[in-house]
Each structure stands twice: as C-alpha cells, then as structure tokens.
Design a protein around this ligand. Structure first.
Ligand SMILES: Cc1cc2nc3c(=O)[nH]c(=O)nc-3n(C[C@H](O)[C@H](O)[C@H](O)COP(=O)(O)O)c2cc1C
Length: 386
C-alpha cells in the first residue's frame, strides 16, 4: 500500500456520510455511554449529562449516541440512568439535541429495557424477562412475560422513540445488546418459551422484529432507526454469530436502517465482553470485525453497518472502511479518555487513541459521573456541576 493511498483511505473517514436523508459530517460515532450522572431518583437528564454528550460532539464525533435511556421504570438497568419514560422526555431530548447539533453532529437516542438483568441496587421489585430465568450476577429475579407484557413493552419502546423524535433527535437506537431484554429473547439460555417467541432462531428473533416494526410505524420513514446487537452472545449454550447475523438481518428487514455490531455482555467470558480489556492499537484492535463482515455479506446493499468495540487507530479503522466491513465506526472509551480525539486525528496527529482499555471508566460510572482516572485530568473541561 503506498503512503498516498493510505492517506486517502484515512481521509475518507473524515468526509461526510450520506444515507437516505441522513448525513453525518464524518464516519465516527461516539458509541452509547452511560455516564452515571442522571438524577438517581427521577432519571432526569442533568446539565452534566448534556455537557458530556456535547463534549464528544465538540471533539469531532459526527454522530453521538446518547447513554441508554430506560423506556419504563421496570426496565431500568443501572443507577443514575436516564429515563425516557415520562412526559418530560421530549423536552430533555430537545436540550440534548440542541447541545449536540450546535457542534454540527447528529444525535441518536438509545432506548433500552433491562428485562431480567437487574440488581437490588436499582430495581424496584421483580422485573420481567422472556422466561423468568435469573440472569448471571443478578440478585433480583424476574417473572416470565405474558403476551400482554410483550405488547406493553413494545408500546413503551414506541412511545420512548416518539419522545426522541418530538425532541428533535435524528434517530433512536434500540439497545438489543449486552444481555438486556432483546438479548434475553435472542438467547437460548434465557429464552425458554414454548410459544412463537421461543425455540428456533427465527422465533427468538420475533420480539426484535416486532420491536423494530413497531418503532418504525410510530416514528415514520425518515427518522433513523438503529439497532445495537451482541452478534455473538459469547456464552456456552448461548447463540453464536450465525444466529446473531440472522437477528441483524431480521431487524433490517423489519424497519431498521442500521445495525451496530457488538458482542457479549458484562457477564460473559472476557474475550466476548463489549468493552474488551487491554486492546492494543494495531495488534488486538477491532475484535468484532468478523461479525460485521458476516452481516455486510448478507445484508441489503443500502443497510448501514456500524462496528463498535476496540477501535483505536486510524489505519485499522480506515482499512475496515476500505474493505467494506462497515460504514461507520463507534468508539466509546476513547472519547471518555480523550473527548477531542477525532479533532486531533483530523489535525494530522495520527497517534492512536490514548485509551488503555482498562475499564476504570466503567467503575467510575457506577459511582458517579463517568471519568477516566487514568488518562484524563478530572478538572479538565467545562462540565457543569450535577
Ligand atoms: C462507561 C461505559 C458506559 C457504557 N454505556 C453503554 C450504553 O449506555 N449503551 C451501550 O450500548 N453500550 C454502552 N457501553 C459500551 C460501549 O458503547 C461500547 O460498545 C464498548 O465500550 C466497546 O467500545 P470501546 O472499545 O470503543 O469502548 C458503555 C461502555 C462504557 C465503558
């Protein structure tokens, strides 16, 4: 590869990306990041949460995916998580969208239901899950969903998506990954249903299909609908990349325009976890790229594939775009360590992300506002107090 052609490949990442009526100023996505700074009681969005999302936009991310917002109290997945379940939702999205749009970036609001992935630290009583199986590491049980529960939860997702649209977001992303409710339906370990939502891979993907179709019907045609999936469940007895690819294709056939490729959950063996520890630039980058390639090969040509997880350097990301493995590239921890990473890269400082993939940020998010105690001075930036 000549030096010039490598440079051209890298420059493609910084050119605008157009898909239908959606355009982003570059191909970099700040992947969803729970910041641990919403109001712990009400789930209200705080000025601090808005500033931190805006910071990623100011730092050059062409698209910012919000932190995961719960669609109902029953579906809360973490402490100090954002709640998009009530009437104030559209107004909160408006504040977030204005802050992100002010920097020329797009906002996608991520919506989630925890299903049975619950902890007594935040759960308000037992939740619901496909079959009432207690999830790994959980100290709170759940009950099996009835048909009425399924209908209700589908409606809650559609209502949350509408709030995101009313608030001026550019789209929503269904959080179908990392062990939450959608993953639980896809999983043969956690979905033991004997009706049409369980059994075969097609049946296990039914909830996801209905979810995509329901959200699409609610928001109409021009609003972005992304789905984040753990393409490989990463558990013994769980689903593998073939079923994960099938789920991705099912989502795309049911109204989604993009699939964001991820893997596993926080309870899976380390190599399959979404936030892989110890990624090293140029060596162990892009561990989930094979799943993106599988989807790309079989997805309709106009589907958008977003690859997230362990992306750390320009040559690797540019190579993935050049080979056609993915269209957009999600980074999460690198933006926490270095919010202005994309601007730095655009300004010809091509050193890889300074993130050492230690996951200290995840631990700080559990205790309060997310931070990178390793790479980043806590006093840096203009973050508003909580
Ligand atoms: C602090 C933190 C918060 C996260 N919050 C979310 C979230 O709200 N929704 C989600 O889909 N993924 C979440 N993730 C996972 C990331 O979006 C991403 O999939 C993962 O970290 C791999 O990307 P990276 O190697 O660039 O960090 C989070 C990760 C971290 C470290």
């Amino acid at each position: 590869m000549s030096a010039t052609s490598e440079r051209e490949k890298i420059q493609r990442l910084f050119k605008s990306f157009q898909h239908g009526k959606f355009s982003a100023r570059n191909r970099f996505v700040r992947a969803a990041a729970w910041l641990g700074c919403c109001d712990g009681e009400s789930g209200a969005l705080t000025p601090s949460a808005v500033s931190r999302a805006a910071e990623a936009a100011a730092g050059g991310a062409g698209t910012v995916v919000s932190e995961f917002a719960y669609v109902s109290r029953e579906g809360r997945a973490a402490t100090r998580q954002w709640g998009l379940d009530g009437e104030r939702g559209a107004e909160e999205v408006r504040r977030l969208a204005q802050a992100v749009h002010a920097h020329g970036s797009r906002l996608i609001v991520q919506i989630c239901h925890a299903g049975g992935l619950l902890s007594s630290a935040f759960a308000e009583g037992a939740g619901v899950s496909p079959s009432g199986v207690t999830m790994p590491g959980c100290d709170t049980g759940s009950r099996a969903m009835t048909r009425d529960d399924i209908e209700r939860v589908l409606g809650e997702f559609a209502a949350a998506a509408l709030r995101a649209k009313e608030g001026g977001a550019d789209g929503v992303e269904i959080h179908g990954a990392h062990g939450f409710l959608v993953t639980q339906f896809l999983s043969p370990l956690f979905n033991k249903r004997t009706d049409e939502y369980g059994g075969s891979a097609e049946n296990r993907a039914r909830f996801l299909r209905e979810l995509c179709a329901g959200v699409r019907a609610a928001v109409g045609g021009d609003f972005r609908l992304w789905v984040k999936l753990s393409v490989n469940e990463g558990m013994d007895g769980g689903y593998g990349p073939d079923d994960g690819t099938l789920a991705a294709l099912a989502a795309l056939a049911s109204g989604a325009d993009a699939v964001e490729v991820s893997s596993g959950a926080d309870y899976t063996p380390a190599a399959h976890r979404p936030s892989v520890v110890g990624v090293s630039a140029g060596e162990s980058e892009a561990p989930f790229a094979p799943y993106a390639r599988m989807i790309r090969e079989r997805a309709p040509e106009d589907a958008v594939v977003i690859l997230t997880g362990g992306l750390r350097s320009l040559p690797v990301i540019a190579g993935l775009l050049d080979e056609g493995a993915a269209d957009m590239f999600g980074l999460c921890r690198p933006f926490i360590a270095e919010p202005d990473l994309v601007n730095r890269w655009a300004e010809d400082d091509a050193r890889p992300s300074a993130c050492v993939s230690c996951n200290a940020c995840l631990k700080t998010a559990a205790r309060g506002p997310v931070s990178c105690p390793v790479m980043r001075d806590r006093e840096e930036g203009e973050w508003a107090p909580l």
